[in-house]
Design a binder for this molecule. Structure first.
Ligand code: GLU
Length: 457
């Protein structure tokens, strides 16, 4: 059977790095097993779901290097969910309830004071036809609960009923259905909660592995029961730990915190995001991995920690630097051209500066410095003026080869007696206006003799 996974966000905001972790876990799992990736929008909540968010999520996924084999919208699939509801009703495992939220709250309180677990007591199962008719007559509409299979013959005599699965990420997992309330699958207004549509889609879309955040572990117990009630074999499940901000708060699509869009806008490379999103909170070292294919090879869901992982955006810059440092000119040629960096020297320029960039766009300021001079011109200390005058007098004639910097500074050293920082720093300042940057041996040929002389203080 072809491994088939899905990423199922609700399109209620822009996705963040935590959602990207789920998407990437699924994508890498599919890559590794030569499987398929279904992009499914859980948009049954029509009030909060928006097409523009779905579009932006697809855009963000493409940017990360994820290209779904199939895209689905739950809002277009209500007929399938209605059919599943009919089957569950016919099987007697979906029953109408009329309690209001206040009534349910009160019941929970009473149960607590009696030392009982605060689960739904299935009172609605005891309603007579006349009572139901009376509720309906009063204008109450039912919500529908799924009868969990946690009893032998009497639903009021629940008994420990363990649902087991071998979690792809967490190993052996167990949920006791007797510890849970019968879940509401359909609301009073006929709209669906996420639980049932998700199962119906997983069945109809041939999903073999459900990989999602560990906030869904309990849902999995319930959903496995629903798969079985619908006569389907449940897929395999994997629940990865969630990411939190550096201060330990959860991420939310609604607040836009650490959204993929904001990371992209701040100049972070997709592979830096992907490397951190996948490797943080695993036993693997976090480092910049140069391709998703390589990340897929390394990817071992079982190496994921079980507790939440703090995500530090500062780490992204470190990864970005390392990634750019190892990026070939061919990989960035087009992007540099868009930034105005092109021509016969572009490749040598890239090779010279790539080890000194936090972001690709930082290359532009180096390009400007090399072509137009320091921005602004460096302040040269009085004691260095004479030294620099001497040094510029010794600048070799063209043509230059790759040794020009070495040859020049050897001559300057001999003539002035300066060495080390006292020799190099004034030259660096005169040439670039900055105290640090790429190797001057690489920059000097790019500045050229004319450009260098123009920098004479
Ligand atoms: N829409 C759900 C979520 O984003 C999907 C969970 C799942 O993958 O089943 O949490």
């Amino acid at each position: 059977m072809t491994v088939t996974v899905r990423f199922a966000p609700s399109p209620t905001g822009r996705i963040h790095i935590g959602n990207a972790r789920t998407a990437l876990f699924n994508w890498l799992f599919a890559l590794k097993h030569k499987g398929r990736f279904v992009q499914r929008f859980d948009d049954t909540d029509v009030e909060r779901s928006r097409q523009e968010f779905a579009d932006s999520i697809l855009y963000d996924l493409h940017w990360l290097g994820i290209f779904p084999d199939q895209t689905e919208y739950q809002s277009r699939r209500f007929a399938s969910y209605d059919a599943a509801v009919d089957r569950l009703k016919a099987a007697g495992v979906l029953y109408p309830c009329y309690e209001t939220t206040e009534e349910l709250d009160l019941r929970r309180k009473v149960r607590r004071t009696r030392g009982l677990p605060p689960v739904y007591g299935r009172e609605a199962l005891k309603l007579t036809d006349a009572e139901r008719a009376s509720y309906e007559h009063d204008g109450r509409k039912p919500h529908w609960r799924f009868l969990l299979p946690n009893f032998t013959s009497d639903p009021f005599e629940t008994e420990r009923t363990e649902i087991h699965w071998n979690d792809v990420v967490r190993g052996e997992e167990t949920v006791d259905l007797a510890s849970l309330s019968d879940p509401v699958l359909v609301r009073e207004d006929g709209t669906y909660l996420y639980t049932l549509p998700s199962v119906v889609d997983d069945i109809e879309m041939g999903i073999t592995h459900v990989i999602r955040g560990d906030d869904h572990v309990t849902n999995t117990g319930v959903q496995i029961a629903i798969f079985r009630a619908l006569g389907a074999e449940p897929p395999a499940f994997g629940h990865h730990n969630l990411l939190t901000t550096a201060s330990g708060e959860g991420l939310s699509k609604r607040t836009g915190a650490l959204s993929i869009e904001s990371l992209r806008d701040s100049g972070i490379e997709p592979l830096s995001v992907a490397s951190l999103a996948v490797l943080v909170g695993t036993s693997e070292n976090v480092r910049a991995v140069p391709s998703l294919a390589e990340l897929a090879e390394k990817f071992d869901p079982a190496a994921t920690s079980k507790s939440a992982s703090k995500f530090d955006p500062d780490e992204l810059i470190v990864l970005n630097r390392s990634l750019l440092h190892h990026t070939s000119f061919d990989e960035v040629r087009d992007r540099l051209m868009v930034l105005g960096v092109s021509g016969p020297h572009a490749e040598a320029f890239w090779m010279a500066v790539r080890g000194n960039l936090d972001r690709l766009a930082d290359a532009v300021s180096w390009w400007k410095i090399l072509r137009e001079g320091p921005q602004p011109a460096a302040e040269i200390a009085d004691e260095d003026r004479e030294f620099l005058g001497q040094a510029f007098d010794l600048l070799p004639d063209e043509p230059w080869d790759g040794n020009v910097w070495k040859d020049w500074t050897a001559k300057v050293k001999k003539a002035t007696g300066r060495k080390g920082k006292a020799l190099f720093m004034p030259l660096r300042l005169a040439l670039t206006g900055l105290e640090s940057g790429p190797e001057l041996a690489d920059l000097l040929p790019l500045v050229g003799r004319e450009g260098t002389l123009a920098r004479r203080p």
